[in-house]
Design a protein around this ligand. Sequence first.
Ligand code: ZN
Length: 252
Amino acid sequence: MIDSHCHLDLLENPKQLLSENGLSGVITVGTTPPGARAALALCAELERVWAVVGLHPNEVEADGAAARAELEELVQHPSVVGIGEAGLDDHWGREQHEAQLSSLLWQLDLAGRTHKTCVLHIRDGEDDRASRSCAEVLRDKKPERAVLHCFNGHPALLEVALELGYFLGFAGNLTYKSAGRLREVAASAPLDRLLLETDSPYLSPVPHRGQPNRPGLARLTLQRLSELRGIAEAELEIQMDHNAERAYALVG
Ligand SMILES: [Zn+2]
């Protein structure tokens, strides 16, 4: 079982956590230049760990010529399979919107130049402008491969993702009582576009909600998805791993 999106550098004893619940691989995301360096150090130390590196929309104060130059260099590393997470996040307001957009466009361009997967983080605030703007950007820029990490279920994003062949990541919030819309999408979207992720240490699935998440708990999201799809867990696990390998062009 592959956890296609977590933040190993934010977890205690990451090495120990990687033997839990039949995990067979992990993609760890470094969301700042220091986070990217930490992700690459973990790739060097541990088997079957790959990295996604970039600038998170809530970290754009770190954006600038030096950060971009460093990330441009780090993404050349063979363990780096994706760029991001980049995107728009209105949860804390719209003050950073222009900076987030600029950072997103740069990271889409970088993903294009390096032929790596673009990982998107999209979070709406009081309205759905972040989702709608991101859908427009995707339609306009058409990255080669993209993942809508922790997919929010927005119809415009779903439409563009299905049209352009992008992947939809589902994390532990799929198990939350309030996640009806998300479960509907997870139950009906094409099976070959779904990805299993944890976003550890965030978004722990029920019954661990409120505690730090870990990659092995992807098993609980997988079980929920197996119920929703009416597909046996073992069979679904093979499909999800295959999807992660395609989404990130994983080798080894
Ligand atoms: Zn994340």
